[in-house]
Structures are given as C-alpha cells and as structure tokens.
Design a protein around this ligand. Structure first.
Ligand SMILES: CC(C)(COP(=O)(O)OP(=O)(O)OC[C@H]1O[C@@H](n2cnc3c(N)ncnc32)[C@H](O)[C@@H]1OP(=O)(O)O)[C@@H](O)C(=O)NCCC(=O)NCCS
Length: 339
C-alpha cells in the first residue's frame, strides 16, 4: 500500500530499531536487482546489524528513521518507512546508509532523512546545515567547514541516490570495484628489500600503534579513526604494519579477515601494493575466495589483483564527494559504508 511519505515522523534510531532497519534495507535494495533481472546479492544481516550498532555507538546524533504517523492507542507499532545514518571523523562527514521502503520512495523522505544526518562541522552554525544549494564553490570548500569534506558511496545502478547527493555537491568521482577470487600461488612479489611486515600483535609493547595508524589515516584519508581500528580489532581482523626496516618508520598498514576480505589497506607509497597484498593474503586461509574493494584510481592494486587472477564482480559503487578525495590512489576501503 502506498504510504504518505510527506506525513512521516522523523526520530533518532535506537538500538531496538536495528532489526527493523535491516528489514527496510533489504526491502529497498532487492527490487533494484529484480528490476535488472540480476541475482540478489547474498544476505548478511548479522554484519549489517554490527555496522548499525557501531554507527549508533559513535554517531547516534546522525542516525534517523522515518515512521508512518500513528494514532494514540493504535495496537500495532508504526511502520518504519526508511532510515539514514552518517558518521563524522574530524572534519569528514560520510553518509553510510540511506534506505526508503519502495512504497514510500520518491516523496521527499530520502531528502528529509539525509538533511537530518548532515554534518556539524566547525562553522556549521554560520553556514547552516551542509550545502543547501549545491554551490560548487561551497562544495569545494567542503560545505559547512572550510577544511571539511562530505562523501558517500552510491550504487552505480541507482541514479536516484546519485542525483540526490550530487545536488548537495557530493558528485560521483571514483568507481569502486569488487574483486573476488583465488590468487594464483606466487603471483604477488615479495615486499621490496628494506620493507618488513609485522602483525599488530607482534609489535613491541612500547610502540604507539594508535598514533602510527592515525598518522597514516590522516595522510591518506584526511582524518584519524581510532573507533574503526578498535572495531576491526574486536572483529579479529589481522592487522599488519608495513615498516622501513632500517629505521622502523611506518609505511602503511593493512587488514586481512579470516573470511577472506582484505581491507582496509593504506600505504603511503603505492609501489608497495603488489608485495603488501601478497603479505596480507598470506595471513589468512579463508574457506572461500578472497574479496577486495578497489578504487579505480588505485592503479597498482588493481593491476596486481587482476594479474593474480581475481575478477570483478557485480556493479561498481561510485565514491561521491564534495571535493576530490586525495589518497584513494593508495587506499583500499574496508566496506562501502565504512571505507
Ligand atoms: C535513494 C533513496 C534513498 C531516495 O529516497 P526517496 O525518498 O526515494 O527520494 P526523494 O523523493 O527524497 O528525492 C528524490 C530526489 O532524487 C533525485 N533524483 C531522482 N531521480 C533522479 C535521476 N534520474 N537523476 C538525477 N537525480 C534524480 C532528485 O533530486 C529528486 O528530488 P526531486 O524529486 O525533488 O527532484 C530511495 O529511493 C531508496 O531507498 N532507494 C533504494 C535503495 C538505495 O538505492 N539507497 C541508496 C544507496 S546508495
């Protein structure tokens, strides 16, 4: 039944809403694939639930849902029509998830939820929320803060979200491919001489790992994110630090998951990619294929992965942002929602 999105009530998402948000997610996404006669991608509600929990833990003020209006005494809870959630680290804002049930789409609800998640960057009070008119000059400055950036990853099969975010200055810039497969043995070279890889667990106790990770993240992504590194440690991803052997200077880091997912990987020098991918792949023995998300601009990683035998799967995402996101040429994201 067609809902009336214009009458929907917006309120913050609470932990108890997570299962219904997961239901909205699949309700909104599945028709995109059905319409194109494509297979529905495998479901992973548990990991989506963990992601939503992480977003609520650290960015609760940017997590909103919309529900149908209900009358007092109504026996049923109001139907959840959509939700949106973003995160902010330092002056970077990122839209993680925005989904509206099919019967409530194209009525302005996606836009209303998006605006609720918009950043609270320094200067936001004067500039207003985000980039109301999509002025490219304002967008170049990062919207509501001179040094800031607003970004997200859209599905390339979905013009509505791509257009909606672009109208606020988050224009589609970099394709993000999913590469899957089994690397042929010996297809990645060793790390160059003078570069060593050490598991996070094997680092000296007095080595300041959070500081090293923050410096690499700031250099490549523009912000530090200790919250995510703590999450990945809890999820038992195997972290590896790459260092210059003679003086121990950090050159980058990467994670390998027991499931076979490689990422995030952040290397200050892109020529390290083939060797670093080999080192990361060697850290885990997954039950199925390896999976890596590769930005189109990460030339070295893409060529190394394809030559090793991995293949692109599905439609690429598109990283959209208010200004060019420097550093993606030396980076492999962890996921679409939490790159
Ligand atoms: C994408 C989605 C969140 C948008 O929410 P919505 O409530 O349907 O959208 P709204 O009515 O608020 O906004 C629609 C806007 O999209 C833009 N838009 C729509 N079609 C467009 C097109 N073909 N080209 C460019 N822009 C387009 C316009 O700005 C439009 O606003 P207008 O109607 O005022 O001109 C929702 O449709 C959805 O959940 N889709 C399926 C799942 C999905 O793809 N989620 C996003 C993952 S990245």
């Amino acid at each position: 039944m067609r809902q009336e999105p214009e009458r929907a009530i917006l309120r913050p998402i609470g932990p108890a809403d997570i299962p219904t948000c997961i239901d909205v997610f699949y309700d909104a996404v599945d028709p995109l694939y059905r319409r194109l006669d494509q297979p529905i991608p495998p479901r992973d509600p548990a990991s989506l639930g963990r992601l939503l929990g992480h977003l609520l833990d650290h960015d609760a003020s940017r997590a909103w849902l919309a529900e149908a209006p209900s009358a007092t005494g109504d026996p049923d809870p109001p139907r959840l029509l959509g939700f949106g959630t973003a995160w902010q680290r330092e002056t970077t804002w990122y839209l993680a998830l925005l989904f509206i049930r099919p019967e409530a789409q194209a009525g302005g609800l996606g836009r209303r939820l998006l605006l609720r998640t918009f950043p609270s960057l320094p200067g936001a009070a004067e500039a207003g929320p985000g980039i109301p008119d999509g002025d490219p000059e304002d967008a170049r400055a990062g919207g509501a803060g001179a040094a800031g950036m607003m970004a997200t990853c859209v599905d390339s099969i979905q013009p509505i979200s791509t257009g909606l975010y672009a109208s606020y200055g988050l224009v589609p810039r970099v394709p993000l491919f999913t590469a899957i497969g089994y690397p042929r043995p010996g297809s990645f070279p060793d790390l160059p001489r003078g570069v060593v890889a050490a598991g996070f667990e094997a680092l000296a106790v007095d080595f300041d790992l959070p500081e090293a990770l923050a410096a690499i993240d700031r250099a490549l992504l523009g912000f530090a994110r200790p919250e995510e590194h703590r999450l990945w440690a809890r999820e038992r991803r195997r972290g590896v630090l790459f260092r210059h052997a003679p003086d121990g200077v950090p050159l980058g880091y990467g994670y390998a998951q027991p499931s076979g997912r490689i990422g995030p990987v952040a290397l200050l020098d892109d020529t390290l990619y083939p060797g670093a991918l080999g080192a990361l792949v060697g850290r885990v023995s997954p039950p199925g294929p390896y999976l890596v998300l590769v930005p189109g601009v990460n030339h070295r990683a893409m060529v190394a992965l394809l030559r090793a035998g991995l293949r692109f799967e599905g439609f690429p995402g598109i990283l959209s942002s208010t200004r060019p996101w420097d550093g993606l040429d030396r980076y492999l994201p962890a996921s679409f929602a939490l790159p």
